[in-house]
Ligand binder design. Structure first.
Ligand code: BJW
Ligand code: ZN
Length: 249
């Protein structure tokens, strides 16, 4: 066999062995949690945040996903969210979302705001960064779900006349306490944590991998590449989550 072909065959065998090992852990576990990030929705056509295509016009997501950006230019921030809402409305869950939805043992804790886990059929998804379909009044705090795309008027208004904001968690904002507490509780009692399609760059979400490990769980990462969390996990499965998850669960 030629060198290149042999390397490829070796790599394939390594991945297959790793998947077999991960399956053994999963078969023996009763409580499994999946912590998901933008990468799980990439194969549905939803852009990720970091990386080459993670830009909108000349703005970085980090510059728009902040309370300061919204205070300074709510129209611009809303344009970005409205654009993303329309894009996501045209996407469907992929094989990765569907594999998790079919897997009864797993609870999903997601950083994603796209709602694709619920659309795939996962129950009781914990959306720790909120939902792009939720609107929250900046005056009276009333929250509602609105699936309309595009939104009219933009920015949208509450019945009280106040401007609404996207029901998501921006940088510097606290996560909703109940949702976060429940996520930490689940992760602490998990026997296996699947960390899927996240760069592990954003806290406190990324800290859940550490929390699980300290509590004794096996942590399995599924990502196209190595991440900030790779050195902390028990097993890294490199590849698209839409291909790996259906082989695992
Ligand atoms: C694939 C794939 C395929 C692609 N298959 N894989 C501790 C240390 C340092 C800083 C902090 C800290 N604690 C808090 C902070 C500050 C800050 C923070 O983390 N900053 C860091 C950037 C340094 N955190 C916060 O501010 C948080 N709040 C907080 O801590 O509150 C307490 C507090 C209050 C007041 C003062 C101080 C503290 C809130 C964070 C909110 C994050 N919000 C966003 C936007 C949500 C709304 C929206 O969508 O618009 O959440 S930012 C953005 O990043 C979004 C995501 O959920 C989040 C994570 O991104 P994710 O999912 O990992 O995506 P990517 O793009 O980064 O990665 C995709 C991955 O997929 C890549 O690895 C690819 O390889 C992979 N991939 N295709 C498998 N097919
Ligand atoms: Zn209101």
């Amino acid at each position: 066999m030629e060198r290149g072909a042999r390397d490829l065959a070796d790599e394939r065998e390594r991945v297959l062995n790793a998947i077999a090992e991960a399956r053994r852990w999963l078969v023996g576990a009763r409580r499994v949690v999946a912590l998901t990030g933008a990468g799980i929705s990439a194969e549905s056509g939803v852009p990720t945040f970091r990386g080459p295509q993670g830009l909108w016009r000349e703005f970085k997501p980090e510059e728009l996903a902040t309370p300061e950006a919204f205070a300074q230019n709510p129209g611009l921030v809303w344009e970005w969210y409205d654009w993303r809402r329309a894009l996501i409305a045209g996407c469907v869950p992929n094989a990765g979302h569907l594999a998790l939805a079919r897997y009864e043992k797993v609870r999903v804790v997601t950083q994603n705001v796209d709602g694709l886990h619920a659309r795939a059929g996962s129950a009781e998804v914990l959306e720790i960064h909120g939902s792009i379909w939720r609107l929250v009044c900046t005056e009276c705090g009333a929250a509602r779900e609105d699936l309309t795309v595009p939104l009219k008027p933009l920015p949208p208004r509450c019945g009280c006349g106040g401007m609404e904001r996207p029901g998501v968690v921006w940088f510097g904002e606290a996560l909703r306490r109940g949702v976060w507490a429940e996520s930490e509780r689940l992760v602490r009692s998990a026997e296996v944590l699947l960390v899927v399609g996240t760069s592990g760059a954003v806290y406190p979400a990324a800290g859940l991998a550490h929390t699980a490990r300290v509590a004794g769980a096996k942590v399995i990462e599924i990502n196209l590449e190595r991440t900030a969390l790779s050195r902390e996990v028990d097993l890294s499965l490199l590849g698209p989550s839409g291909e790996i998850l259906p082989q695992l669960v």
